[in-house]
Design a protein around this ligand. Structure first.
Ligand code: FNR
Length: 180
């Protein structure tokens, strides 16, 4: 099973990136996870969508090849970050690479609610006709107070979160069998 992670933060020390890296390493024997970089994506522009820049084509090709997309996002101002919305706009037009492709969402924030509002919005967005992505039901992953859950080297150290993720990933794998 091939999974791509779309991380909604482009900063180097991103907790969401670290969370995606934890999943990549801990479950390496279960699925291949490639973490995609949103930094190189230009701003979505309808004037150029039919002749999109190579960075957009490359990004969309990676998404298209994957069996499933793992969204790992912070919350910015009570919703998804602009860089993530921008990537979604590209994905929702011309070659609609998310169409029918299953998704799973998780997120880390420094606040206690752990991206709950951003994830609610992302769930709605994935329902839009340009995306049309079925979502892993009943498994919501909110990593709040992330600054207390990773060590200086970027490793997830919070035992409760690690064990919870083990269970969620098991559910995710069982659910995915219907799509792969
Ligand atoms: C934030 N942060 C934040 N946190 C939250 O729980 N709810 C929010 O609405 C916001 N809004 C927000 C806006 C902007 C512009 C920034 C830069 C930050 C804090 C956020 O949780 C924190 O910076 C995380 O560390 C961001 O995720 P990464 O970059 O560590 O993955």
């Amino acid at each position: 099973m091939k999974v791509v992670a779309i991380v909604g933060s482009i900063r180097k020390e991103s907790y969401n990136l670290k969370l995606a890296q934890h999943i990549q390493q801990r479950y390496a024997d279960k699925f291949e996870l490639e973490i995609l970089n949103l930094r190189d994506l230009p701003m979505y522009d309808q004037d150029i969508e039919l002749d999109a820049p190579q960075a957009v084509l490359d990004f969309k090709a990676k998404v298209k090849e994957a069996h499933v997309v793992l969204w790992v996002t912070p919350e910015y101002n009570s919703t998804i970050p602009g860089v993530l919305g921008n990537a979604i706009d590209w994905m929702s037009r011309v070659d609609k690479v998310m169409n029918g492709k299953p998704s799973m969402i998780m997120g880390a924030s420094m606040g206690v609610l752990g991206t709950v509002k951003a994830q609610m919005h992302l769930r709605d967005i994935l329902f839009a006709s340009g995306l049309n992505s079925p979502l892993l039901p009943m498994n919501e992953v909110y990593v709040g107070a992330a600054q207390n859950k990773f060590d200086a080297e970027g490793n997830l150290t919070d035992q409760a979160t690690i064990e919870f993720l083990d269970k969620v990933i098991e559910n995710f794998q069982n659910w995915m069998r219907q799509y792969v």
